[in-house]
Design a protein around this ligand. Structure first.
Ligand SMILES: Cc1cc2nc3c(=O)[nH]c(=O)nc-3n(C[C@H](O)[C@H](O)[C@H](O)COP(=O)(O)O)c2cc1C
Length: 214
């Protein structure tokens, strides 16, 4: 069963394996075979430099500057209920009290350290060359990549929060001026004794979102 992984062993996935996964994921379907996805794998010193800047930015309260909105604001009631439930359940699982501001900030700050992953994929598409469907094409590609990771016992966590500082992404990712960054995907071998990784989210029952018409 796939689920988000937010703690990693630190073992590096060799570049030839990463390339094989990316090539397999690129067999994903896209409208008119347009293949609008761009993918950057950041690792080594380049990732450490970004991580340091990101962590400082978060700790200093640098204003978040998302370049595209992910969700309706406010969320529709049913979605809001699930989002609130997720937040509460995850904090409870980690033993963090609602009033514990310091621990909660530390918890949020994990996002800006990419959960300590030694390798992070950044998914993007060309600025100004997209419609709603282009996001869908990129999403299908992303899920194909997640499946490739899963097939090799690797774990990952999709991150929108990591899109908060696009200026820092462009500072550390060469030739990215014309990219719209969509999501980050820290990945690696899952740390088995991690409290974060032992958390499992719920799903709606089948009848709430699926029906057969005949
Ligand atoms: C588009 C998208 C953005 C997400 N952003 C974050 C994020 O910034 N931080 C995080 O910890 N998890 C993030 N997640 C992970 C979701 O919280 C997670 O997929 C959801 O709660 C279901 O849990 P599961 O993946 O373990 O099944 C994101 C997932 C998606 C699909």
């Amino acid at each position: 069963m796939r689920k988000s992984v937010r703690a990693f062993t630190g073992e590096i996935v060799p570049t030839d394996i990463a390339q094989a996964m990316v090539l397999a994921a690129a067999r994903a379907p896209s409208s008119k075979n347009t293949q609008p996805w761009k993918l950057v794998l950041l690792q080594g010193q380049a990732l450490e430099n970004l991580r340091a800047d990101y962590s400082n930015a978060f700790n200093e309260g640098k204003p978040l500057a998302f370049e595209y909105t992910y969700s309706l604001d406010p969320l529709p009631e049913a979605y809001k209920k699930r989002a609130v439930e997720l937040g509460k359940a995850f904090l409870t699982h980690k033993g963090i009290g609602r009033e514990d501001k310091e621990k909660r900030k530390e918890h949020d700050g994990e996002n800006f350290k990419f959960f300590g992953a030694k390798q992070v994929f950044f998914l993007a598409m060309n600025k100004g060359e997209y419609e709603q469907g282009t996001f869908l094409d990129c999403g299908i590609f992303l899920q194909a990549l997640i499946t490739e990771l899963n097939n090799r016992e690797l774990g990952c966590c999709v991150q929108y929060s990591a899109m908060a500082y696009p200026d820092l992404l462009r500072k550390h990712i060469p030739n990215s001026e014309n990219l719209l960054f969509l999501l980050a995907l820290p990945f690696g071998y899952p740390k088995t004794d991690s409290i974060a990784n032992s958390f499992t989210t719920k799903r709606e029952p089948l009848e709430n979102f699926f029906r057969v018409v005949e």
